[in-house]
Design a protein around this ligand. Structure first.
Ligand code: NAD
Length: 499
């Protein structure tokens, strides 16, 4: 069986903890590799080596640092197919979706190539007699990223690209479910010219995460994953005096107004609800049609579209709509939640509980499910399902639909489909959610804006990527300098006459 490694000081480094995690091929259900789970001593050693490499990297001028990222972008494009294949093999998502995962990370790297501009400070000339004031943005030192399984290329890049562009060293602890692509990214960064030790990848589980949080050298931690772990990391990291930002789970609603183009809304819901098997933090998991007539017409359009979805392994080509879930535990949890929805009285309008794929019976595939008449007290509404399950909560009117979303614990993304500009403006202005779509189902902001949810979807005060990332990964120093006026007439060649 293939045994993965860590990436320390610019090379693949075998684990020494003797603890391992299984990596599945989710399409076949086979264990295809095992990943070493780092001990705290291994994490501490990786952090110490990063600290040794960081000062020289910080002293490298920002344009040269940006050139490493520029070379990295070229290498990502060169190896796109190889990276996408490795990603799909461990995660299960389709190849086009895997390429999208890489592309959305690459776009953030491109934004970070503008670091020399983004790192410029401010300057006030003559704030007082002979006094100038200026500020500079300096790197924090060694910072860490802890990332989830569902975007194994994009999210590590969202973290390390801005951190490195700012002159920090970075320790990445990727998900132990699909760590191959993060390792490949680190290798490509080295090929792009990044000095050894500046980007370390330690594979591991809670022990590695705790070692990062307890290590005093780590100045900042960026986390993306489920909300309970986000809360834990935020609390512990802050208590240990670190700068922390944590992005958590989601329950994204799509409000469908009576005036919406219902065919367009149904197409959007199917893509946003079932794409990547629902394993996206920006997936739409709750449809909220406004009014009974809208609800009936929407359900009528959704059912045939959902029944037509093609579920299969990424190897079956680009017509596959979505693949398997990531682990057997994920599949079991989703099926249990579906059963709970039925028990708690929701109407299961598309029931694929007996779904099985010939030749892939041991894979972690779950067929698409559609619930109608879901109520807010049901587990399928209260919990993030993270599977191919769309719940419909019928709202009597616009106000009820908005209140439903406002009262939800999560606040990552939300969308509204309508033709009414007035309603859309009101919605965007009032709703307590971080990312809003208007006739756009998955409103992931582009790299030059920032990404972050509200309520239990985000902890900390700065978002990911865009200009916020440059604030998160630097600290500001402000200099007030006074230079008393001196001689400006040149040297004196005669004794000065005393008065
Ligand atoms: P997860 O919380 O299980 O794991 C995320 C990371 O935390 C992994 O690196 C994992 O090793 C580590 N971890 C897991 N258990 C831990 C523990 N007890 N102590 C310390 N560290 C621990 O999340 P996941 O299943 O990998 O990812 C899916 C979740 O991520 C979903 O909830 C999804 O909504 C969320 N997500 C959020 C965003 C966002 O930007 N808001 C983006 C992508 C994914």
């Amino acid at each position: 069986m293939q045994e993965l490694t860590h990436w320390i000081d610019g090379r693949a480094t075998a684990g020494t903890s003797k603890r391992f995690g299984d990596i599945y091929n989710p399409a076949t259900g086979e264990i295809q590799a095992r990943v070493p789970l780092a001990s705290s001593a291994e994490v501490d050693a990786a952090i110490a080596a990063a600290a040794a490499a960081q000062p020289a990297w910080a002293a490298t001028n920002p344009q040269r640092r940006a050139r490493v990222l520029m070379a990295f972008v070229n290498l990502l494009n060169r190896d796109l197919d190889k990276l996408a294949e490795a990603l799909s093999r461990e995660h299960g998502k389709t190849l086009p979706d895997a390429k999208g995962d890489i592309q959305r990370g690459l776009e953030v790297v491109e934004f970070c190539i503008g670091a020399p501009h983004l790192l410029k400070g401010e300057f006030t000339d003559s704030a007082g007699p002979g006094i100038d004031i200026y500020s500079m943005r300096q790197p924090l030192g060694v910072v860490a990223g802890i990332t989830p399984f569902n975007f194994p290329a994009m999210i590590p890049m969202w973290k390390f690209a801005p951190a490195l562009a700012c002159g920090n060293a970075f320790v990445l602890k990727p998900s132990e479910r699909d760590p191959t692509v993060p390792m490949m990214l680190a290798e490509l960064m080295q090929e792009a010219g990044l000095p050894d030790g500046v980007l370390q990848v330690v594979n591991g589980d809670k022990e590695a995460v705790d070692a990062i949080l307890d290590n005093p050298t780590i100045q900042a931690v960026g986390f993306v994953g489920s909300t309970p772990i986000a809360e834990y990391i935020y609390a512990k990291g802050c208590a240990n005096g670190k700068r922390v930002q944590c992005f958590g789970g989601a329950k994204n609603h799509m409000i469908v107004m009576p005036d919406a183009d219902l065919d367009q809304a149904a197409d959007a819901l199917v893509g946003a609800g079932y794409g990547a098997a629902g394993e996206r933090c920006m997936a739409i998991s709750v449809a909220v049609p406004v009014g009974e007539k809208t609800a009936d017409a929407l359900i009528e359009r959704l059912i045939p579209r959902i029944e037509k979805l093609r579920v299969g392994p990424y190897t079956q080509g680009d017509d596959v709509d979505y693949g398997p879930l990531v682990t057997p535990e994920a599949k079991k949890r989703v099926l249990e939640l579906i059963d709970s929805g039925v028990k708690q009285g929701a109407e299961l309008r598309v029931d694929s509980r007996d779904f099985s794929l010939q030749g892939y019976e041991q894979g972690f595939f779950v067929g698409p499910h559609l619930f109608d008449r879901v109520t807010p007290d049901m587990d399928i509404y209260r919990q993030e399902i993270f599977g191919p399950v769309l719940s419909t909560v019928r709202a009597k009117n616009y106000e009820e639909a908005v209140k439903l979303a406002m009262d939800n614990d999560y606040g990552n993304g939300i969308s509204m489909f309508t033709r009414d500009g007035d309603a859309a403006r009101d919605f965007a202005s009032r709703i307590n959610v971080g990312m809003i779509g208007i006739n756009v189902p998955i409103p992931v902001p582009l790299a030059y804006y920032t990404f972050g949810g509200w309520k239990k979807s985000g902890f900390g005060d700065l978002n990911q990527h865009g200009p916020d990332a440059f604030r998160f990964y630097t600290r500001t120093k402000t200099v007030t300098a006074r230079w008393p006026s001196g001689l400006k007439e040149g040297g004196e060649f005669h004794f000065k006459q005393l008065d």
